[in-house]
Every structure is written in structure tokens, then in C-alpha cells.
Design a binder for this molecule. Structure first.
Ligand SMILES: CSC[C@@H](O)[C@@H](O)C(=O)COP(=O)(O)O
Length: 382
């Protein structure tokens, strides 16, 4: 088993810090290198470059980012704004930022001095980090129980997209935590890992995590999924989510929606695994979800992770290997939206919602998180 030495995210105190130290995911799987973010602009850049990524971890990083601004004596409200806007789709980012900012503001209002207020923001970030690990464990247990119910017999062949494991979480992740539980229960026959173009989170990161766990896995190009379903080789699809609207629409890594359509056609369960912090009652439906559009270079070039941060190959303007004629236009949404009717079940740390209806989500949200909204602008459904 590959033994990962570098924590996914850690807070560094003086004299090393204050800083948020991240495992640089752009360099995986070839190198486990740390990226030190000593101020908020560095953290915003790390978020945009996907050195740190995945919905729950973005929330954790955002919360630590506010603590970092406070520890440095920077403008905390301005830093929170920049962090919350660093990427638009994963609601967890704004959620983490606002939670830490609220803790900071409450401490200031309560008469704390700057270092006391900074400590309050840090304590909130650490609490979120711990809670995410706990949520992860509970999602794994609920997800495994659901798999046992849907697929009671024999070894299970699961297909997943993007990366949803330890690299996105304080714990073992979302969908991948369920895959891991199935593996540990002796039920996983094979994990099918979509490569996940354009940035290859599946081939680079999920394969790295599956190898670490000693799972039987195969990487496939995204466009091979259809033939795999047609051959009857997929028993269930498990994915994560970046934002779940109030109507149950699920935004996740681009390529998730076609999998949901394939799954429905082939009558295969399509299961979304996400913490309650990913459900956003302030976003009414899928059409209201802001989908991040990224650089054309990510499509017209192949990413080339390599040790020491170099690309090691012919470099295009985006730092990868060019594969399209220079100047080609590209369509590069980072996410797509799956309508709730295609989702068999939503697994959260609070249980399973199936079918995924507004009522089910409303019930889930009304018992969650002391009624806080994700954006900090209002109350959740009651
Ligand atoms: C818990 S993981 C759910 C999603 O965040 C994950 O599937 C995903 O789409 C991540 O996208 P990324 O662009 O790599 O941040």
C-alpha cells in the first residue's frame, strides 16, 4: 500500500506559520509535495489552481483562510469575500468561510482582542475539519447499508467519477468513503475509475487513493463508460456533489450527468454521497446553480503532473502538452447538473434521502446545522 506522508491540509503555528499547509494535488500522483499558504492571496491561488479542491476540503480550507487573515491582522471581511468567491460552484467553500468569519465577528463583538478573535476563527475551522471527518464516517456507514440493501448478493462493481476520497475531506471523503467501506466489508469486486477529463482527477487522484487502499480498480477514459454499462459491468454509480439545490438537482464534476443518463437507461442505481453542508436551500433549482467555466487550455492541452512542479513535456500556454491546433476555442465547464429524477438516492451523514424530493431535502436541512444558511445570508428551510 502506498503510504501517504503529507497531510491533506494542516494548520502551521509560529514559527513555521501562521500558515495553511496543503498537499499540492496538482503534483499527485507523482509527488507528495506541500504548498505553504502564508496569506489569503496564496490560498486563493491554490484554490483556483486546484492544488486544494473537492467540496468539503474547500470548505475546510476557506475556514482556515479566514483564521489566517485574522492571525495576520489582515482585513478579515475582505479576505472572507475573496475566499468565498475563489470558485463559485461548491457551496461548501462559502459555508466554511462564513462559519469561521461568524466566529471571528462574534468574538470581536464579545470584546475579544485581535488574538482572541483570531483564535476563535481558528477553533471554528478546526471544528469544521473534525466534523467533516465524523460526517465522512457516517456517510460511509449509511452508504454501505444502502448498497447492502440495493445489491445484497455477491461482489459489487462500482463506477465513480472525479475524486471524492481522503483528498477532499477531513476524513475518508464522500462517495469514496462508501467505496472504501464496501472494500473493507469484502463486497467490492471492482472500482471503475473514470479518468475525468480535462484535469484527470480520476486517473491521477482516485486511482492513487484506490491503490493506497489495495482495491481492485481500473481506470477508463470517460467515453468508455457507455460500453461498460452496455456490457453489464456496472452495478452502481457512486459520485459526490459540489452543490445540491433545494429541488434536489446535483452539481458535480462535468461528466456526472451523462453517467446518470446511462445509469437510468441501464437501470443501474445512481447514488450521490455528500454531507449536509453541500445541500443549499438558498439555490432553488439546478438552473440557478452557477457552473464554473475554466480556461480553454485545460481542454486544448493535456495536464502533465511531474515531480518538482515542472510539466516535463512540450509546454503550451497553459503549461500542459498541446493537443489541439493553437488558438482553438474550447468549451470547459467544470461541473454539470443532474436533475433529481435521475438520482436513486442521496446519502448524507444524517441518513439517506430516496427519492430525492424537495420534501426529503427540506426535512434533512431543517434538522441540520442550527439553521445556518450556506451563504450566511439567511436561514435554512425550517
Ligand atoms: C466530495 S467530492 C464532490 C466533488 O467536490 C467532486 O466530485 C468534484 O467535482 C471536485 O471537483 P474539483 O474541480 O476537482 O474541485
Amino acid at each position: 500500500m502506498i503510504d501517504q506522508q503529507v497531510p491533506v491540509a494542516r494548520w502551521a503555528r509560529p514559527p513555521e506559520g501562521p500558515a495553511l499547509v496543503l498537499l499540492d494535488q496538482t503534483r499527485l500522483p507523482l509527488e507528495e509535495a506541500e504548498q505553504v499558504c502564508s496569506d489569503v492571496p496564496a490560498l486563493v491561488a491554490a484554490i483556483r489552481s486546484l492544488a486544494v479542491r473537492g467540496a468539503p476540503l474547500l470548505g475546510i480550507a476557506g475556514a482556515y483562510g479566514v483564521a489566517l487573515a485574522a492571525a495576520r491582522g489582515d482585513d478579515v471581511a475582505g479576505a472572507a469575500e475573496r475566499l468565498a468567491r475563489a470558485r463559485p460552484t461548491a457551496v461548501n467553500l462559502a459555508y466554511g468561510v462564513r462559519r469561521s468569519e461568524r466566529a471571528y465577528n462574534a468574538a470581536v463583538e464579545g470584546g475579544a482582542d485581535p488574538s482572541g478573535a483570531a483564535a476563535a476563527a481558528l477553533a471554528e475551522a478546526e471544528a469544521l475539519h473534525r466534523e467533516d471527518a465524523e460526517a465522512s464516517e457516517r456517510m460511509a456507514a449509511h452508504g454501505l447499508a444502502l448498497l447492502e440493501q440495493l445489491l445484497p448478493d455477491g461482489g459489487i462493481r462500482l463506477l465513480t467519477h472525479c475524486n471524492t476520497g481522503r483528498l477532499v475531506s477531513g476524513g475518508h471523503g464522500t462517495a469514496f468513503a462508501v467505496v472504501r467501506a464496501a472494500h473493507r466489508a469484502g463486497r467490492l469486486r471492482r472500482l471503475w475509475v473514470d479518468e475525468t477529463r480535462p484535469l484527470l482527477q480520476g486517473a491521477r487522484l482516485t486511482a492513487y487513493e484506490a491503490a493506497r487502499e489495495g482495491m481492485a480498480y481500473s481506470v477508463l477514459s470517460d467515453n468508455a463508460a457507455g460500453s461498460l454499462f452496455a456490457a453489464g459491468e456496472v452495478d452502481a454509480v457512486l459520485i459526490g456533489a459540489d452543490r445540491i439545490a433545494a429541488d434536489g438537482s446535483v452539481a458535480n464534476k462535468v461528466g456526472s450527468y451523462p453517467l446518470a443518463v446511462l445509469a437510468r437507461h441501464h437501470q443501474v442505481p445512481f447514488v450521490v454521497v455528500a454531507p449536509v453542508t453541500t445541500v443549499d436551500p438558498d439555490t432553488p433549482d439546478g438552473a440557478a446553480i452557477v457552473v464554473e467555466q475554466r480556461s480553454a487550455h485545460e481542454v486544448t492541452e493535456l495536464p502533465c503532473p511531474s515531480a518538482a512542479g515542472g510539466t516535463g513535456g512540450a509546454e503550451g500556454p497553459g503549461g500542459g502538452v498541446p493537443i489541439a491546433p493553437p488558438g482553438s476555442a474550447a468549451y470547459n465547464p467544470a461541473f454539470d447538473v443532474t436533475p433529481p429524477g435521475l438520482v436513486t438516492a442521496l446519502v448524507t451523514e444524517r441518513g439517506v434521502v430516496s427519492p430525492v424530493t424537495e420534501n426529503g431535502l427540506g426535512e434533512l436541512c431543517s434538522m441540520s446545522l442550527s439553521g445556518e444558511s450556506r451563504s450566511g445570508n439567511g436561514m435554512m428551510n425550517s
